[in-house]
Ligand binder design. Sequence first.
Ligand code: SF4
Length: 78
Amino acid sequence: MPEDRVPEWLIDRDTHGMETLAKGEDGWCAAVDPNTSRCGIYDERPAICRKYAMGSPSCRDERHKWFGATIPTLVHML
Ligand code: SF4
């Protein structure tokens, strides 16, 4: 989004020249702090991240792809 102020080091481009968030070797967004699993640019995260609803159907689908049936949820952690 034009109003995004994502740091240059986090911008990657796909084969069509579209800007994407850079990924680390582990496949996660390069902004994820490996020690805390938190966003390292939270205050400047792009609009797509701001709009993404935690616990939404697409969020659960992605978590299922990564973690399968053993997805840790807040209910499990509390
Ligand atoms: S909120 Fe966005 S920028 Fe931050 S770690 Fe998640 S995907 Fe990356």
